[in-house]
Design a protein around this ligand. Structure first.
Ligand code: THU
Length: 159
């Protein structure tokens, strides 16, 4: 038997430890929570993507009475970025969330499995790491590559 171990490193930072462009992106993700449509979960998520061409694209979760038809903030932002600027890599994606009382989530918000799969494919496609900033109220996790969030991801080399 062979045993393997999977580990990854990430940084936990306070807002004031972030570089200015990252602070701006975090603010945009926080603002994007205001544009979420979440009448069912009351969990308002915002995402902001900084692109290689200097553009910033935001998204929020958009729910639907037919539950699976809705989508998460991350996929809204990433698909919009890829639809608008297919040749421009997504360098960093910041994610923030507010609860039904309007308070920012204490713990850094972490993308769901389906979003991770989409983030990873974006990374493969652009051949550059997609860095992530997962925002909590006081702490922000900086993850160097979306790939780290989904070991053994399914991709087209599996087919
Ligand atoms: N949601 C996101 O938008 N992003 C996440 O990372 C986690 C969950 C949304 C989906 C749904 O609208 C609501 O939050 C509750 O799951």
């Amino acid at each position: 038997m062979k045993q393997h171990e999977h580990r990854f490193r990430y940084n936990a930072l306070r807002y004031d430890e972030l570089a200015e462009p990252d602070r701006r992106l975090v603010e945009l993700a926080r603002q994007a929570t205001q544009r979420s449509y979440a009448p069912y979960s009351h969990f308002h998520v915002g995402a902001a993507a900084a692109l290689e061409n200097g553009e910033t694209v935001c998204g929020s979760n958009q729910e639907n009475a037919a539950f699976p038809s809705g989508t998460c903030a991350e996929r809204t932002a990433i698909f919009y970025a890829n639809a608008q600027y297919p040749d421009s890599a997504v360098l960093t994606l910041a994610i923030a969330a507010r609860d039904r009382n309007g308070r920012f989530a204490d713990a850094p918000i972490s993308p769901c499995g389906a979003c991770r799969q989409v983030l990873i494919e974006t990374e493969f496609r652009q051949k550059r790491p997609l860095r992530m900033l997962l925002c909590g109220e006081t702490e922000i996790y900086e993850i160097e590559s979306a790939r780290q969030l989904l070991p053994f991801a399914f991709d087209d080399t599996c087919m």
